[in-house]
Design a protein around this ligand. Structure first.
Ligand code: GRF
Length: 197
């Protein structure tokens, strides 16, 4: 599958995906809305083409998303992998890539959607949180779930230590989820993502 990875930040998940060397994908482009995202440097080091469009030069989300759709068109993308992409996608974008966009979220959805999930989990006092990889639909962190993994919260944990544990799990399960999706092993049945075999 021809894959685009979207990232706005440091790109440790992008790095983990590159390093995992998944045989069923070809990372044909890394897209960012931020010209100074470290993820871009990582892509360049691996000779992966980079595209940047600054969202701040657009008045509304739809116009920005249309520009992204146009920019990606020549790459003939089969799967979009959001890896720390800090923009909400408009329905126009979701429809253009229906069931072809996946995201990783640093909590066990549907708990703690949105931003600062680690802090939300600590403030709530849950003993377990985790990581979720899911298809992207028109809601925020609401799409069908592909994989989840639990992270235990110890009494000694603070936001920093928890996020480090979560990141380590992310780097393991995102490549696994991408492999599942790109090898055609799963199908979406209602809200469930089921293994075909
Ligand atoms: C990850 O924690 C991911 O769950 C969230 O954004 C963060 C990206 O981190 N969506 P990185 O840029 O991959 O290091």
């Amino acid at each position: 599958m021809r894959v685009a990875i979207f990232a706005s930040g440091s790109g440790t998940n992008l790095q983990a995906i590159i390093d995992s060397g998944i045989k069923t994908i070809d990372i044909v482009v890394v897209f960012s809305n931020k010209a100074d995202a470290y993820a871009i440097e990582r892509a360049k080091k691996h000779n992966i083409p980079v595209e940047v469009i600054d969202h701040k030069s657009f008045q509304d989300r739809e116009d920005f998303d249309k520009a992204v759709i146009d920019r990606l068109e020549p790459y003939k993308i089969d799967l979009i992998v959001l890896a720390g992409y800090m923009r909400i996608l408009s329905p126009i974008f979701i429809q253009a890539y229906k069931n072809k966009i996946i995201n990783i979220h640093p909590a066990l959805l549907p708990s703690f959607p949105g931003v600062n999930s680690g802090r939300q989990a600590l403030e709530y006092g849950v003993k377990y949180t985790g990581v979720t990889v899911h298809f992207v639909d028109e809601g925020v962190d609401t799409g069908p779930i592909i994989l989840q993994e639990v992270v235990k919260i110890e009494d000694s944990d603070n936001e920093e230590s928890l996020l480090e544990k979560i990141h380590n799990i992310e780097h393991e399960i995102y490549p696994k989820a991408i492999e599942l999706v790109s090898s055609g092993e799963v199908e979406i049945v209602g809200r469930r993502v089921l293994n075909k075999s």
